[in-house]
Design a protein around this ligand. Sequence first.
Ligand code: COS
Length: 385
Amino acid sequence: MLSFDFSEEQLALRETVSRFAREVISPRAIQLDETDEFPHDIVKQMGGLGLLGLPIPEEYGGVGADFISYISAIEEISYASAALGVMLAVHTSVGSFPILYFGTDEQKQAYLPRLASGEWIGAFALTEPSAGSDAGGIRTRAVKQGDEYILNGEKIFITNAREANLFCVFAVTDPTKGKRGVSAFLVERDTPGFTIGPTEKKMGLHGSSTCALTFNDAHIPAASLLGQEGEGFRIAMQLLDGGRIGIAAQAQGIARSALDLTARYVQDRQQFGRPLAQLQAVQMLLADMATRVEAAHWLIYHAAKLKDAGKPCGKEASMAKLFASDGAMSVTTDAVQLHGGYGYIREYHVERLMRDAKVTQIYEGTNQIQRVVIARQLLKETLKK
Ligand code: COS
């Protein structure tokens, strides 16, 4: 394991998750990839271990672990299965935290224990057909009528949608106010007028569902409003700050997995009468892969440490997400190359890791958007100096 100033407690938790991931999830990784089925039995076990409520306080049925421990858990789960890694990250960072951070006491009591135990799965619905990078451009409408809101609109690319019971949904309550007219809502799966579309067929992350959502005069209680009307965009941005550290950790799990497989493979594989590992050309690539992984590690845990300390971490989260996901793409591509023909064969795992890595450069804000976030913050900080 890479070095960082982890406490004994953090290390013990990481070790437990790592053992579970390698013993229970890894043997099923190829099957998950091939069937694209959600492994209900594994997720149930994750719930039993407390993994679905790690950073949720004990009073709401969670483990009460810190953010660093939660991020380590995403990384270790993703080492075995990036699909389960993103399930965990979305369920927690943007499925459960909205309620913990912005919910009323009633909302916390009603939902957090079910989410923390894994009885319910959470999801986050921001993106729309015409609002991806421009998240402020959403068009889904929520109109207040008496003690209800009526929702109309469409969301796309919603992770966990096929299994989720609760969705944090963003909709426009006041179209005259632009981004300040967006509000957040908690929408239960069985709401009449709310439908979940078919599962998208994706390049990778098989086993993690992605669906469109449609709201057609969906009536939700007024008490489902999260925070105040008009606070939705800020809520989404704050959640994504933390969410991006989770995706960075997911990318890191993928990259470490590819690096470990490759470091083993090149010592086994003989060419020109000796192991590949003795060729300097191979060593150069391996060294670059390892350096990327090490650097990403420090960016990720630095951002997580800031979050645990309650300090602003938007820029650092974006840096971690940008660097770790680009690193995962590069490391997995090199892993396939170093495996040669075997790298292109499913049984050797690295082609799956390469397919899984790609989306980490795209979701939770594309890496182009991460650069926008970093540059804007950097410019602000420079003015203060
Ligand atoms: N935390 C708290 N508030 C934030 C914030 C943050 N991280 N980022 C922005 N805000 C606030 C701003 O302070 C501003 O508030 P005021 O209206 O009070 O001034 C408001 O939000 C609008 O911010 P801004 O003008 O910067 O918004 P932009 O439209 O320029 O959008 C980006 C900013 C591009 C960063 C945003 O749209 C984004 O993150 N896009 C990517 C979306 C994404 O990640 N999608 C993935 C969905 S999950 S797969």
